[in-house]
Design a protein around this ligand. Structure first.
Ligand code: GPK
Length: 816
């Protein structure tokens, strides 16, 4: 691995720098431990990326070009050191340096704690997009929050999920970040709106009663094989010094004091919900804090570069990663109206040409709404501006559909059925010049089911950009052996041009290549098996099918359907004397939101089933079930290269895209999946023979609902399903304690099986049987696996970014 280097590498200077950083940690090369060496390495490398970051930031060509500002409450970046070494083209050089100090580079890299500043796919997508922006040198800034605690760390106690805080920077700080006090912002909350008379005009101005400082921390996003480094700018909430107390209005003093205590808590912790809106005040405070600081910084950059306000859409575009940063729209309006004294029409013209919005879900429980009274209290001026936006918008609706009150009701930003709520998605669609879904099917459903009236009102505004993944982290870095094998055949340019992998297809039936490809897979399986042995003390057979489901725990993702299949295999192994199956290890990894009781019950059930099966001597090594705790990016980097089968089994219509599906296919796993999200497009690329599609599609789901769905019919008609479900009620998996797994049983029986697990069970079993038999034909399997790697080049996030650039953002690359 020797991509071209951006800077001449001076080995002895670098060694001196590392020793210097050891000194700053109070260590010498003699007393330093592994962790000290890792920190010294990170800090020594960060000197280079920081100087490239500052140089990029000061590049006049970039100031004169258009930039994208990616606003996201989550950036699930994962460890930076290994990846940055690859981007910097220094991996081998640093491995040599580190070995001269007596260490292995991979061991040192293991010292880094993952910055888990996101929940799942949405946050990881933001990280892949930053990587692809930098690789292709499209000017960009990522804006996020500097959570003191990332996503909780997960462990199991008697099979039940336990959560512990994730102090990812403790205790020495994170070597890659740099604080930028000169760029700090101040953000207001609460207070009132003052009416100011000024030479015959009245204007309105917000007088907040609480101010919180937003301190930016920059993480370097290093462009692959380029010296372009963009900032991922994360805002930390800090209480202002007591001297600012005079800003407090008397009447609000007590409340402001209480809020001041909250100030230090503002960015303490990431909300651990995925695809779910919990509606907590502190969360809205985080959202506004993030938006206000980011909008402030964007305007500062724009004005510092000497551009007129009116030209903002020519130089800056703001991408809203889901509705979480929606409040940036009224915030920009407020600044333009109240601080720069623009007219409404001028301000709206600027704002509505600046924002674009990505929708990541159709799940009703994930669509954010905020209580109008809560918002009016926390952000009184923004609430006024939202009313005005809505008032003008509803006039357009009335003009388009005269007298149609229902249209007004569904399109209004305010939901007035019951407690009055602000619908953030509606505000986004109204205030953005482009809206996109994240896979072809999803974008169609956004138009057809979620926003049909908006699509009629604004034809062409709703578009599709299919998600992608960065090939640097998800192939080159995490699967070095496969990367080397590919480069041997097609050269080493593919990490920046993933469509070139197609050239691998010609080797799909080449015996020697098949052998080499499967040998790599086997080594990756061994690496995972070793991890499992060390950490979980379970011995695995690497000849078995490694069947993998890794993603957040959610009913719609149907880990419990997978569990039912596992139980059915166990049942047959025990009860059918002639049952023969290809050995299989079923891997799960998933965190459940701490407040999501059923998700936790499913985790508990999987753990109990695993315990029973893994310790039943009748099963031998035919079947093992492994739940890997504390799923995170660095764990994914070990699991994904080892997967034979990728489980993408959401109920059709529910998974907007999925991106784990892309990662596993790229690493040569075959997908078993429904016609949902990006599975549809993966099938288009790899062909029907190289994917296992099962179950109801969106139309089938709708038809079944229409007709009336009765899970108990499935239960009574399918003996294997019934037997599997019944074992959740007795004490098969919880010896001496029958009934502990009843919540999972009830979820698909008494609760009506909202995600149709039982309806899809039979076809899921059929697809797995096909996998079982295909895997035995190792030539056939190798052929299919190679074609998966070869044919998924489309899913590079470089392509996703080019789609955004061409169809939405209109950026030009600035090569440095
Ligand atoms: C969607 F709405 C949300 C959310 O709150 N969190 C999240 O991770 C995911 N997502 C979708 O569930 C995935 O299908 C999709 O691939 C991913 O966002 C990125 O678009």
């Amino acid at each position: 691995m020797t991509p071209k280097q951006q800077h001449a590498f001076d080995k002895s200077a670098f060694k001196a720098s590392m020793t210097q950083h050891l000194t700053q940690l109070g260590r010498t090369p003699e007393t330093a431990e592994m962790r000290d060496w890792y920190l010294a390495l990170g800090r020594a490398l960060a000197e280079h990326t920081t100087s490239d970051l500052v140089a990029t930031e000061n590049d006049l060509a970039i100031k004169q070009a258009k930039s994208v500002n990616y606003l996201s409450l989550e950036f699930l970046i994962g460890r930076l050191t290994g990846n940055n070494l690859i981007s910097m083209g220094l991996y081998d050089e640093i491995a040599a340096v580190v070995s001269e100090f007596g260490f292995g580079l991979t061991d040192l890299l293991e010292q880094e704690r993952d910055p888990s500043l996101g929940n799942g796919g949405l946050g990881r997508l933001a990280a892949c997009f930053m990587d692809s922006l930098a690789a292709q040198q499209y000017p960009a800034v990522g804006y996020g929050l500097h959570y003191e605690y990332g996503l909780f760390r997960q462990s199991f106690k008697d099979g039940a999920q336990q959560e512990a805080p994730d102090a990812w920077r403790e205790p020495e700080g994170y070597p890659w970040e740099v604080v930028r006090p000169d760029l700090a912002q101040t953000v207001g909350f609460y207070g009132h709106v003052a009416v100011i008379e000024e030479n015959g005009h009245t204007r309105r101005e917000w007088v907040p009663s609480l101010h919180i400082q937003a301190m930016p921390w920059d993480l370097p996003i290093v462009g692959y094989q380029s010296n372009t480094v963009y900032p991922l700018r994360l805002w930390e909430g800090r209480a202002l010094t007591p001297f600012a107390l005079d800003a407090f209005n008397d009447g609000d003093y007590t409340r402001a004091q209480q809020a001041a205590i909250d100030a230090g808590n503002l960015t303490k912790v990431l909300y651990p919900n995925d695809n779910h809106d919990a509606g907590k005040t502190l969360r809205l405070m985080q959202q506004y804090f993030h938006s206000a600081a980011s909008v402030g910084d964007i305007l500062r950059r724009h004005l510092d570069a000497g551009h007129p306000l009116a030209a903002l859409p020519d130089y800056e575009t703001i991408q809203l990663n889901d509705t979480h940063p929606t409040i940036a729209i009224p915030e920009l309006m407020r600044v333009l109206l109240d601080e720069h004294h623009l007219s409404w029409d001028d301000a709206w013209s600027i704002s509505s040409q600046t924002f674009a919005y990505t929708n990541h879900t159709l799940l009703p429980e994930a669509l954010e709404t905020w209580s109008e009274s809560l918002m009016a209290n926390l952000l009184p001026r923004h609430m006024e501006i939202i009313f005005e936006i809505n008032h003008r918008f509803l006039q357009d609706v009335a003009a388009k559909w005269p007298g149609d009150v229902r249209k007004q009701q569904v399109l209004s930003v305010i939901d007035d059925q019951g407690e009055r709520m602000v619908r953030m998605a509606n505000l986004c669609v109204i205030g953005s010049y482009a809206v996109n879904g994240v896979a072809a099917l999803h974008s169609e459903l956004v138009k057809r089911d979620l926003f049909p009236e908006f699509d009629a009102l604004y034809p062409g505004r709703i578009q599709n950009v299919t998600n992608g993944i960065t090939p640097r982290r998800w192939l080159k870095f995490c699967n070095p052996d496969l990367s080397a094998l590919i480069s041997e055949k097609i050269g080493d340019q593919w990490p920046a041009h993933l469509e070139q992998l197609e050239q691998i297809a010609q080797y799909a039936d080449d015996k020697a290549f098949q052998k080499a490809f499967m040998a790599v897979k086997k080594r990756n399986k061994q690496r995972l098996a070793d991890w499992v042995k060390t950490h979980l003390d379970i011995t695995l057979n690497t000849d078995a099918i490694f069947d993998v489901q890794i993603k957040r725990l959610h009913e719609y993702k149907r880990q419990h359907l997978n569990l039912l299949h596992v139980i059915s295999l166990y049942h047959r192994l025990i009860h059918e004397p002639n049952f023969d199956m290809t050995p299989r290890v079923v891997f799960f990894a998933a965190k459940a939101a701490p407040g999501y009781a059923l998700a936790k019950s499913i985790i508990f059930a999987i753990n109990k089933v695993a315990e029973t099966i893994n310790n039943d001597p009748r099963v031998g090594d035919k079947l093992k079930v492994v739940f890997i705790p504390d799923y995170r990016v660095s764990m994914a980097e070990i699991i994904i290269p080892a997967a034979d089968v990728s489980e993408q089994i959401s109920m059709a219509g529910k998974e907007a895209s999925g991106t784990g599906n892309m990662k596993m296919a790229l690493n040569g796993a075959l997908t078993i999946g429904t016609m949902d999200g990006a599975n549809v497009e993966i099938r288009e690329e790899v062909g029907d023979d190289n994917i296992y599609i099962f179950g109801l599609d969106v139309e089938g789901v709708n038809a079944l609902r229409e007709k009336g769905y009765h899970p108990d019919h499935e239960y009574h008609q399918q003996p294997l399903l019934k037997a599997s479900l019944d074992s959740l009620l007795d004490d098969t998996f919880t010896p001496g304690h029958p009934g502990l797994l009843r919540p999972v049983f009830d979820s698909v029986m008494a609760s009506g099986d909202p995600y149709l697990c039982l309806a899809d069970f039979a076809d899921y079993v059929r697809a797995h049987n096909q996998i079982d038999s295909d895997y035995r034909d190792s030539t056939l399997w190798a052929h299919k696996a190679i074609l998966n790697t070869a044919l998924v080049g489309k899913f590079s996030s470089d392509r996703s970014i080019r789609d955004y650039v061409t169809n939405i953002w209109q950026l030009k690359a600035v090569k440095r």
